[in-house]
Design a binder for this molecule. Sequence first.
Ligand SMILES: C[S@@+](CC[C@H](N)C(=O)[O-])C[C@H]1O[C@@H](n2cnc3c(N)ncnc32)[C@H](O)[C@@H]1O
Length: 195
Amino acid sequence: MVKLSFWKEGRILVDPCCGSGTIPIEAALIGRNIAPGLSRKFISEDWDNIPESIWKEERKSAFEAIRHDADIQIFASDIDPRAIAAAEDNAMEAGVDDCISFGVMDISRFKMPDKKGVVVITNPPYGERIGEEKEIQKIYGAFKNLALDDPTWSFFVITADQNFEKLVFAKPADRRRKLYNGRIETCYYQFHGQK
Ligand SMILES: C[S@@+](CC[C@H](N)C(=O)[O-])C[C@H]1O[C@@H](n2cnc3c(N)ncnc32)[C@H](O)[C@@H]1O
């Protein structure tokens, strides 16, 4: 999802429904050029046909390739304080806690005035649970306000709600991609902001 978006070093990335932090953490890992799985052990490390020296060399070069000085600015928030606590732990474990600002916040209070070209990548609730309808309307209202506030912002939203485009942006997305989130069919809607 991050790689399908416009986001790159130097642009602000926002996930206002970040849950346990998957999107901001993955983005920070990509931005810093941290190889996936760098800190974990692989089963193939026990295979006789791959000498230990190769693992050592490859790990060394992957660590050397990390861009500690990359200009990464990520803002991640969620209404649920337990989700944010988990996201902070996960970011620390991944070694990217210094480039993500986490906060407990209702999306309807989210503001970032005067910032141009912000990229929002997020996975809001789908509204499949009974009683969630009102909350979804509130979240969609907040998306609308953010989109109207500044036409330079871009929105990349994964949701199973097939009415998302119509209800929030009142226009078709610039790009769409069907994706499965587990067994749930979802769509990744991509709305490009003005250049
Ligand atoms: C589908 S989950 C996101 C999962 C996330 N990508 C992850 O890595 O865990 C949707 C999130 O939206 C949050 N949420 C629900 N209502 C919200 C609101 N009004 N403002 C901000 N976040 C909200 C929920 O707490 C939940 O964590």
